[in-house]
Design a protein around this ligand. Structure first.
Ligand code: F6P
Length: 369
């Protein structure tokens, strides 16, 4: 691998997260300052695999002009997708069946043909696994950790998480007064996939009464007992935050759509299920709020913006230093680099001995165990 770089590309994959545009801006400006050209790939790798879908170009030049003022904007100017993983691309066979096909060679060939020297891949676990595979095929790749779920290993946090937690906290804060006025139980379902970070952080920040996370299988009798005890003490309302991936002890998680070739299962519905049981067991009027994709929208917080700008510029520095196959990570107080192979396919859930969880317990919050 020669260290000489003239042209790089950037792609964003998986679910969007606030801060993606700040990373793009940082990469484009960091590259421009070194005299490199930067190109954006549309919608994950679709801009390469399906150029015909984009009359204006599946891969297009990004200049200082194209990234002006975008750091504060949610979403991604490149577009993204969480379908059609190129490592397991769903292809229709002549007999009508769908098979997984590895299309990463086409991406590597595209880079060679277009004389693109390196890729900055911004994404979560799926995107970083693809990035690692491309690196192993000889492409120079740097990963940047994104996800509102905060479930990536080897980085203190991902960008997008702080914005999601800030918004969830604001929503929970707003629910206290209406719950109290009506003496209700409010069940609030938040995203997070198989990790409980958003539920845990927002729930503690807003002083809710119960937090149910995938890492702690729950028993609703214990949650109902907590709600009744509050009632007896004259606190006639309760707020229960549940992570979408939480499941009852001995039970199963709620799934909206099963996994298919090329995309993961869709979680959702646990809030409704819990609300029905809690209404039954506490005889209290119960309502459900699903925050869902609202958590992915909006302007990134200053923390996420700064993290995203630090990650983007650090990715460019890594390329200038001739690195490949690494992800930029946050290791307070600095960013560092970790091997993509140590991140790909690994998930970081809430450790049961972490002080944040203990803080919740010490504050009297029920975790259903
Ligand atoms: O990984 C981010 C995330 O928002 C998860 O929290 C959630 O389970 C999933 O994406 C939802 O994806 P989709 O955009 O397909 O609904």
């Amino acid at each position: 691998m020669s260290s000489h770089i003239r042209r790089i590309a950037i792609c964003t994959g998986g679910g969007d997260a606030p801060g993606l545009n700040a990373v793009i801006r940082a990469v484009v400006i960091g590259a421009a300052n070194r005299g490199w050209e930067c190109y954006g790939i549309r919608e994950g790798y679709n801009g390469i695999l399906f150029p015909e879908r984009y009359p204006e170009g599946g891969v297009f030049r990004l200049t200082r002009e194209s990234v002006r003022g975008i750091a504060s904007q949610g979403g991604t100017i490149l577009g993204t997708t969480n379908k059609g993983n190129p490592l397991e691309f769903p292809m229709k066979m002549p007999d009508g069946s769908i098979r997984k096909v590895d299309r990463t060679d086409e991406i590597v060939e595209f880079f060679a043909k277009k004389e693109l020297d390196a890729l900055v891949s911004v994404g979560g676990d799926g995107s970083l696994t693809i990035a690692n595979a491309l690196h192993l095929k000889g492409l120079r790749v740097i990963g940047v950790p994104k996800t509102i779920d905060n479930d990536l290993d080897k980085t203190f946090t991902t960008f997008g998480f702080d914005t999601a937690v800030a918004f969830a906290t604001e929503c929970l804060d707003r629910l206290h007064s209406t719950a109290e006025s009506h003496q209700r139980v409010m069940v609030v379902e938040v995203m997070g996939r198989y990790a409980g970070w958003i539920a845990l952080h927002a729930g503690i920040a807003s002083s809710v009464q119960a937090i149910l996370i995938p890492e702690i299988p729950f028993d609703l009798d214990k949650v109902a007992a907590k709600i009744r005890a509050r009632d007896s003490a004259g606190r006639m309302y309760s707020i229960v935050v549940v992570a979408e991936g939480a499941e009852p002890a001995g039970g199963h998680r709620e799934i909206l759509e099963p996994a298919e070739i090329g995309h993961a299962e869709r979680l959702g519905g646990i809030g409704e299920r819990i609300a029905r049981v809690l209404q039954d067991r506490t005889e209290k009027d119960t309502r459900v709020v699903v925050l869902g994709h609202l958590l992915r929208g909006g302007s990134p917080t200053s923390f996420d913006r700064l993290a995203a700008l630090r990650f983007g510029t650090a990715a460019v520095r890594a390329l200038a230093e001739n690195q490949s196959g690494v992800m930029v990570a946050l290791a307070f107080p600095n960013v560092n680099y970790v091997a993509l192979e140590d991140v790909a396919g690994r998930m970081k859930g809430v450790p049961l001995d972490c002080d944040t969880l203990q803080t919740g317990r010490d504050m009297g919050i029920a975790f259903g165990d």
